[in-house]
Design a protein around this ligand. Sequence first.
Ligand code: DGY
Length: 327
Amino acid sequence: MGTSRKHVVVFRKIPDDLLGRIAERHDVVVADPRRADELPRFRDALRDACGLIGSSYKLGASELAEAVNLRVISSISVGVDNYELPFLKQRGITLCHTPGVLTETTADTVFALIIATSRRLVELSNHVREGRWTRNIGDDLFGWDVHGKTLGVLGFGRIGQAVARRAALGFEMPVIYHDPFDVPVPAVLDGRVQRASFDDVLARADIVALTLPLSDETRGLMDARAFATMKPGAIFVNGSRGAIVREDALLAALDSGHLRAAGLDVFAVEPLPHDSPLRSHPKVTPLPHIGSATHETRRAMAELATENLLRVLDGAAPVSAFDLSRI
Ligand code: DGY
């Protein structure tokens, strides 16, 4: 096991005690490349870096080409779409991520969007805040039930299953799901969920929740055809990645009245540009990518990412490497 000090670049804020843990063992540069004033320092530090830890920054092959000593990227995220996987594979760089610790929190966020869109929570809260609650509301402001509705889950990985568990066990919702892989159904959901084709899920669900990872296969998957296949009056919720959705097609489906509402935690471009029609569309409940953003979960993610980084730099196996042999 290697014990010598190595160069580490921390490119996203992590708690001080974890930063201290890394700095005890290695030489650390903290630089956030999303800040113009820190980008040159980040680029400079890359040249010596053996390890990188951070998230929410697209690390392209041309930038990483400079990092000739790089051995590990420890991402504080479960999604790995910010990294060029073939490049990492070819260079033999270990990519670690943080699955598991954020599953329940992200499923909570997806479910919050399901309830918020169906019951029009944000719109009606604004009704009160803006002083428009001057008499009892009428059916023009009623929402739609969540319990008992059919939920379609696209992507039956950890998060999709956690959403399905909330729906089936907590809200008595029939759940249908589609996943490109033959995922085993956990015992707790046995007999409570049904596998279906992609089109079948779209056609039968009252609410469709997207929990697929972004990849070459899923980019743009929710296009005009997919939205047209959804049931008239259905609700669409996205808790995974914005680029899986053709936002122009989603807007058209909302504007035509084909879809009732959309709850979106993620967007093709983040932060959502000011002039995006999704920002203030009356049928859209937008969130600023908060899937895993609780104190407890972000702490757990940073801890796991720190552990992964230190292990790889020590020559040991990380807790959660992304399997680059899959690509
Ligand atoms: C994840 O962990 O992938 C979250 O979406 C944060 O980026």
